[in-house]
Design a protein around this ligand. Structure first.
Ligand SMILES: C[S@@+](CC[C@H](N)C(=O)[O-])C[C@H]1O[C@@H](n2cnc3c(N)ncnc32)[C@H](O)[C@@H]1O
Length: 314
């Protein structure tokens, strides 16, 4: 099935369903924070549900059932899509973290021009691509996700804001793109959904579709942060149930990216940074910048990895 406007140059017959050619700025804000806090006390957040799902798939079986996990994820996200964005800005800390992550990834993409082809996968409700359009990025953008519900929200938001972004349904394990066709691939907040044994396969598929020299930026949950916080902050242990397999040990990242070059790792999201930001945005920005290359990154919520597909393939 043909996915997008032909000017995207995407050859595709591997996609499962609909395509939407879209448009859209959504500014997240904290206006509904108190109402959202109330929601949190009444029902588990999508984040809790994601953790539980991937934990189940790990505990039930030593060789986890990918098909089963995939259907559960589609169900989870289709079901939660209408409240996903609200759920994600439940509190100031999460809001600050998303804002920081988007700023950091935007900077890591570097210069683009109107011919640059950028795939965001999974695009979810389109938040990152919409953020980029709000920053006046004018390159070609395509968002892929397995959940039709999430894509519908993304398409509506984009259209409401008259942004030109294409969205289509597709699977991370079998991307609907020709080899070497994508210039920039961003993949934020996805790996934690899958047990570690699937991560190399996901990275190989991203490697396939990127052109030589193309940029991959992905985000992984940082295992060191939990350990560091548990050692340093007495109350941290009680704060939330943590499922170790959704996190990555920073020391195991390099081997995972052995097919890539120019790897750079930085941190995003430090506990209490949102509060510091409220008191002094300048100090908060300075601490943000420490997460780029100093040891402070090991205390961060997530690790952003930027790497290139080598120009000369062996
Ligand atoms: C935590 S959300 C992140 C979405 C977006 N990147 C963001 O930062 O808001 C995870 C997304 O992964 C999508 N997803 C799960 N399994 C997938 C798969 N096999 N292929 C493509 N998308 C998938 C879900 O539908 C969901 O939209």
């Amino acid at each position: 099935m043909l996915l997008f406007n032909s000017n995207f140059g995407v050859s595709d017959n591997r996609c499962e369903t609909a395509a939407f050619c879209i448009n859209s700025p959504v500014s997240t804000n904290l206006a509904f924070m108190s109402a959202k806090h109330e929601v949190r006390t009444k029902m588990p957040t999508i984040i809790d549900q994601e953790n539980d799902l991937s934990a189940d798939s790990m505990n039930e079986d030593k060789s986890p059932d990918l098909e089963g996990l995939r259907s559960k994820l589609i169900h989870l996200y289709d079901h939660n899509a209408p409240r996903y964005d609200n759920d994600r800005s439940l509190n100031e800390s999460l809001h600050y973290y998303f804002d920081h992550a988007h700023r950091a990834v935007d900077a890591l993409i570097g210069p683009t021009n109107k011919d640059t082809l950028h795939l965001d996968m999974p695009v979810g409700t389109g938040r990152f691509l919409i953020y980029l359009r709000e920053q006046d990025r004018n390159h070609r953008m395509i968002g892929i996700d397995i959940s039709k519900g999430m894509l519908d929200v993304a398409a509506d938001t984009s259209r409401e804001n008259s942004f030109d972004i294409a969205f289509s349904q597709g699977d991370a394990f079998s991307l609907p793109f020709a080899d070497n066709s994508i210039d920039v691939l961003t993949s934020l907040r996805m790996f934690h959904l899958f047990p570690h044994c699937y991560w190399p396969g996901l990275l190989d598929e991203m490697h396939r579709v990127l052109r030589p020299g193309g940029i991959l930026i992905t985000e992984l949950r940082n295992a060191a942060r939990g350990t560091a916080c548990q050692l340093l902050v007495p109350g941290f242990r009680k704060r939330r149930k943590q499922h170790p397999h959704v996190f990555v040990n920073p020391l195991s990242i390099k081997p995972l990216f052995r097919r890539w070059e120019n790897m750079h790792m930085q941190g995003v999201g430090l506990d209490a940074l949102a509060k510091i930001h409220r008191l002094s945005p300048l100090i908060a920005r300075s601490v943000d910048s420490l997460q780029r290359s100093t040891f402070v990154r090991y205390f961060s919520k997530t690790l952003i990895i930027r790497a290139n597909k080598p120009r000369q393939l062996n």
